[in-house]
Unconditional design. Structure first.
Lengths: 518, 518
């Protein structure tokens, strides 16, 4: 894609791989019948922006290839120059998990990258925060309004005296009671809450608010192991202990908060190597450009991070399921590949019990954005993971301590994925989007990368990086990859603010509870 | 229970039904071994407050009877005067649904109650609001922070000009995308969101915020039928239409809000008969007193409401499951009984798929509060439903239009139950609690009734009614029932504020999604 920048008014389509028999229209507003592509094909009909055009004549049943991979089969004959839309494509079966190759082609390590640093908050356990936040967690949802009331008062009355503390965040959620807490699925939300409270941005200080009679008692939520990992101190306020009503509850929470604010306020940013980053990758509102522009650029940045010794997590089971055979081959060891297969198999069964499968993933917006099905979406999605060996796999809500590229198994739902990546100990988040979403998290900065320049122009105060310049040849994948890498270091070090943080756009935590409510 | 008030320092225990072979200790702090109960039994060991004492010698396998119903079987022999704790009781099987009697004993109608009114906001469709709220609903969770940002600005900049509008509430939730929207379970959250937007407290005005590319598109959420029911107007803001970023999105939402505020501001409270009330009943943090004090008093108030022509909903499937045979017998028709059985069977299967059953319901707090198992909890819980015939059954998230006593099937989880009752068109909420919970809803007032006076004394600024006075014989079930009924009319008419509204303690909406996330 390193060509001289053409005028974007010339008809232009992108073919990703030499084997592809479809290409994606780049021009904003699409192209009209009769337009002659630089790939040597003339359009027989109008093709919308980001949608696919046939580069060859296809017979019914022929393989449709993008990213060098079969994304489906022609439902009927398709002449070259035709619009290859969703209705013309029969999706393939997902790769059989039993046949996936185990660590057959782990890539060799890339050259080590030295000398990149950011200013972070070093924790006693060695982890590094990118923000300095007082977290007030809850064991159970009924306490949430009380905690939010207390958080407002703490922000207004106490926080101004502690200028080194960035924020006070309530870890509120919908779990803790009215749930089948001994069901097999309960392990996931419980460990998520436990590990969420250990996020490096909380500095080892935790204030936990319990009602007193809930199913998820504080000891069960925290667990012995988790308490040992916590470098700082955990305080628990039990609302049902209040003898003088609501005022006493709020006063108690505020009294427990103050010494924590004092300790957090002692923290200062110090230079930390890029290897202290734990970067979570996600995409949302994807289009057909995601796999050509933003995701490959993030993949290049992921490789830079891995070369610098950092942890890079990718996630979203239903969006990698169709690429399972490629990822197991890339695993560093057979054990890692088997752990990956276990997570795929568990999710297959979870969906089956609910009467669904991975094909439930794509949205109307994905489809309007040119993504025909979950296979095409998956092939674009895994581009985020770059090219290095898969070093580890974590189940939903598990903590990640491994360096290098790690698969943290999560649903693809943006907020559940974000919450689970926070529990996995993420301290920076990269989010690529084609259709656009005003997504944000309170706990870590979220850098939003647009897959197309149209979105970046329309939403100048929400999008942090425009990767659409790759499609128009104004920049290369490598250019944008370096730009993202450098922006991560700047934002992690507190020298630059994301748009989501500028506006305070912070989505709620959403737990993944595969168990029933009662 | 109409006896002269004894000193609460005298040993006292309550036997609910003549057939009961256990009674519940009333004295705060419990009773010590040697205490002689007014029921003629001397304690052999210490028994905590609200826990059960054996009134007769029981052999292993003997039936343990409370509320005239078998709540379990003695695990070993139990001498009279012993503490009958959870560990001594084997729970019974739930009633077989196939054997439940169909409408065999519907109670005769009680005398009609006339002349009770409250000042409500009358809607064009005949429903009546107890508050006058501008609702800003979302189709999908990613828009929530943008909506909350807009709501804050509307409250600060626009609301002061519209003094007859009580509040602006964001109907935010975790559904809409990243979910298997065609799975069988998806019908429940979708119809819940649709019916939630029709709650009478929103005056038929709805402002809906969509991202644009989400799975739950506005047309699908609202549906043709729902739009027809809406008396007022629905406006939809699509964030992805914004050409100039975040500022334009917020300005667009505010511009759509203003004419709605103008129309809502024209509304005034007018006298309405008590028959316009739609009262949702719920309990949370129950103890062994719940079924003796608060729930029977609420049941008496429910009978008064039914006599006045109102709708009274009770819910919480896992807490009525063990009383299914009693409720099907009370159904007005065989069809109503069969609809009730259908809801029970659906939930049995839902729990089975998740590896749980109804026994997953009780909490550690319930058990510390003396409730041995879900059977004992259920027998206390259904006391809320009073004594009238069961007139109708609604599935989770369905709208209730039936007058009289209705079962609205919901999980027992407080917030899910409250959200589903709001969707069912509730305009007043009664919540009984033994252990205590600082629960509240933004959309309708929540009257909190304590089952014991200890809680009412400890939480004077959270509990609205002390039903514990029944246990100490300071008041009768009828006294407290009338007090609750009159308080409902006062609060519904805007003449009195609940403690939850005083503090602004408003729990988030929580949708019931039996389908998988993707």
């Amino acid at each position: 894609m390193k060509t001289a920048a053409p005028s974007v008014t010339q008809p232009r389509a992108i073919r990703v791989h030499d084997d592809d028999n479809v290409a994606v229209v780049v021009n904003q507003g699409g192209l009209a019948a009769g337009a002659r592509l630089d790939l040597g094909v003339t359009l027989r009909e109008d093709v919308p922006e980001a949608h696919k055009v046939a580069l060859a004549d296809l017979a019914a049943g022929d393989r449709i290839v993008r990213y060098g991979t079969v994304i489906g089969y022609a439902r009927r004959s398709i002449a070259h120059g035709s619009w290859v839309h969703e209705g013309l494509i029969d999706p393939p079966q997902p790769p059989a998990l039993a046949d996936c190759p185990l660590a057959t082609a782990p890539p060799a390590p890339l050259p080590r990258l030295e000398g990149f640093t950011f200013d972070g908050f070093r924790n006693a356990d060695g982890s590094v925060g990118t923000k300095n936040i007082l977290a007030i967690a809850t064991t159970v949802q009924c306490t949430a309004p009380t905690v939010k009331h207390a958080v407002e008062r703490i922000k207004a009355e106490l926080l101004p005296r502690y200028p080194n503390v960035d924020d006070v965040v309530a870890i509120a959620h919908h779990y803790g009671c009215g749930v089948a807490i001994d069901a097999p699925g309960a392990a996931v939300p419980i460990r998520t809450l436990r590990n969420l409270s250990l996020n490096p941005n909380f500095g080892g200080e935790l204030l936990l608010v319990s009602l007193g009679c809930e199913k998820l008692q504080p000891e069960r939520m925290l667990g012995g192991g988790a308490l040992k990992v916590l470098a700082g101190e955990t305080s628990v306020a039990v609302l049902q202990d209040a003898e003088q009503g609501f005022g006493e509850m709020v006063a108690h929470i505020m009294a427990l908060a103050e010494p924590k604010l004092q300790r957090l306020n002692q923290r200062h940013r110090v230079p930390c190597p890029a290897s202290d980053l734990v970067v979570g990758l996600q995409c949302g509102g994807s289009d057909a450009f995601s796999g050509v522009t933003a995701n490959p650029a993030v993949g290049f940045a992921a490789d830079l991070l891995v070369r610098a010794g950092a942890t890079v997590m990718f996630s979203e089971v239903t969006e990698v399921r169709d690429a399972a055979h490629l990822l197991t081959a890339r695993a560093a060891t057979a054990e890692v590949a088997q752990a990956f297969i276990r997570e795929m198999a568990w999710y297959d069964e979870y969906l089956r019990l609910g009467g669904a499968d991975r094909a439930a993933n794509p949205t109307p917006g994905n489809k309007r954005g040119g993504l025909a099905n979950v296979v095409e979406k998956a092939m674009g999605s895994i581009a985020k993971a770059g090219s290095t060996a898969l070093m580890g796999v974590a189940g939903p809500g598990e903590r990640v301590t491994q360096k290098g590229l790690v698969f943290a198994a999560t649903p693809a739902s943006d907020f559940i994925c974000g919450t689970l990546q926070l529990a996995a100990s993420m301290n920076m988040h990269i989010f690529t989007t084609g259709r656009g979403t005003p997504y944000g998290l309170a706990v870590v900065p979220v850098i939003k990368v647009a897959t197309n320049s149209g979105l970046a122009r329309r939403w100048p105060d929400l999008i942090d990086v425009d990767a659409g310049r790759i499609a128009t040849s104004e920049a290369t994948v490598e250019d944008i990859g370096w730009e993202i890498f450098r922006l991560i270091l700047e934002v992690a070090g507190g020298r630059k603010k994301t748009w989501a943080d500028h506006w305070g756009l912070h989505n709620e935590f959403v737990l993944f509870n595969p168990g029933p409510v009662t």
